[in-house]
Design a protein around this ligand. Structure first.
Ligand code: NDP
Length: 339
């Protein structure tokens, strides 16, 4: 059954040009496009929150990867949550809240089978794009499974004030880390890590060499490194990882906009003598953890032991700016766009 009047057009973002280096607003266009009415098995969703995520930068390049590149002149996509406003799918009613993959637009016509119903009574809708969604699962599985975290480990996480990093540090603390260290790109973020997220030490990587700052923060070395950044952070972590240390290679944001990426860690040979394990991860491989992850995260949110921040940009017309801002560090916690 459809709501009385469903929209016939809506705004969507298209990629106008492939960014060379840093993206600029001119690489994106906001267009008014027809809204397709749902066919059998489909629902029409009014998006309430759009996700902007660092991996989208990779999709702006014309290269083969684990997700296909965005096409020039076509609607972009990504995580979104919203409300069903028309349904041709059994089990989906007008007013239901759903998580789906057709973001970067106001209205989405999606196959109901490719959506997940979410409960806005349990948690604010936007949380399903962050702490209870993809970044949350990345942090949880990336720390506990990929890095084989164990109680008593000293953990270092880069990008520590962001969506994934802020959760990695807090999960490590809640699971009994000996010491949790984070790096971030401003004095305010560093203060937030220590004062509100319970990190034992934190530093601003813009203040000086990462290696020297990390060595000071981790006098006994580190057992686990959760890498969101790559580059000098990864090199410093390899130097300071203890014997049998483990690193989750989750992201390398320091090089996403570089046209001449730096040559990889110069100290890689240390991996041999210290018997280190550096393990790449993709969150999509960890769906089996979903139920346990949501139950545990929701519990920590409820009892207040986990702090979760969002940076909310208002208006679909500001989505490209929100994305560019994310790459520049304008966010603390998860960057989302509220429509
Ligand atoms: P964040 O919320 O952490 O936002 C990105 C942050 O990166 C910015 O806020 C900025 O913070 C920081 N940053 C930007 N440039 C640099 C730089 N040159 N050096 C150090 N930090 C920088 O994003 P997410 O939490 O969503 O993602 C974090 C990482 O995890 C990304 O690398 C992403 O690609 C990766 N990821 C990987 C997944 C996987 O399955 N492998 C899944 C999800 C995310 P600051 O102010 O501190 O510089």
């Amino acid at each position: 059954m459809a709501e009385q009047a469903t929209p016939t057009t809506g705004r969507e973002w298209q990629l106008a040009a492939r960014p060379q280096g840093w993206p600029t607003p001119a690489d994106f266009t906001l267009v008014e496009a027809p809204v397709q009415q749902p066919g059998p098995g489909q629902i029409l969703v009014r998006n309430a929150f759009l996700s902007v995520d660092p991996y989208m930068r990779g999709r702006m390049n014309d290269v083969k990867s684990y997700v296909p590149p965005f096409a020039i002149g076509a609607a972009m996509d990504g995580g979104a949550v919203g409300y069903v406003i028309a349904s041709e799918a059994e089990g989906f009613e007008v007013g239901d809240a759903v998580l789906h993959g057709l973001g970067w637009r106001e209205y989405a016509t999606v196959d109901a089978a490719r959506t997940v119903k979410v409960d806005p009574q349990l948690a604010p809708l936007s949380f399903y794009l962050g702490v209870l969604g993809m970044p949350g699962l990345t942090a949880y599985a990336g720390l506990l499974d990929v890095a084989s975290f164990k109680e008593g480990d000293t953990v270092f996480v880069s990008g520590a004030a962001g969506a994934v990093g802020s959760l990695v540090g807090q999960i490590a603390r809640l699971k009994g880390a000996k010491r949790v260290i984070g790096s971030a790109g401003s004095a305010d973020k560093v203060a937030r890590l220590v004062e509100d997220y319970g990190f034992d030490a934190a530093f601003n990587y813009k203040d000086g060499p990462v290696l020297a700052q990390l060595a000071e923060a981790a006098p006994d070395g580190i057992d686990v490194y959760f890498d969101n950044v790559g580059g000098d952070h990864l090199e410093a972590a390899i130097s300071l990882l203890n014997v049998n240390g483990r690193a989750t290679l989750c992201g390398a944001i320091a090089q996403y906009n570089e046209t001449n990426p730096p040559v990889g860690p110069r100290n890689l040979a240390l991996v041999i003598g210290k018997r280190l394990r550096l393990q790449g991860m993709l969150v999509g491989d960890h769906a089996a953890r979903q139920q346990q992850f949501v139950a545990e995260m929701a519990g920590w949110l409820r009892d207040g032991t986990l702090t979760y921040d969002e940076t909310v940009v208002e208006g679909v017309e500001n989505t490209a700016d929100a994305f560019i801002g994310l790459l520049r560090g304008a966010n603390t916690g998860k960057m989302v766009v509220k429509l």
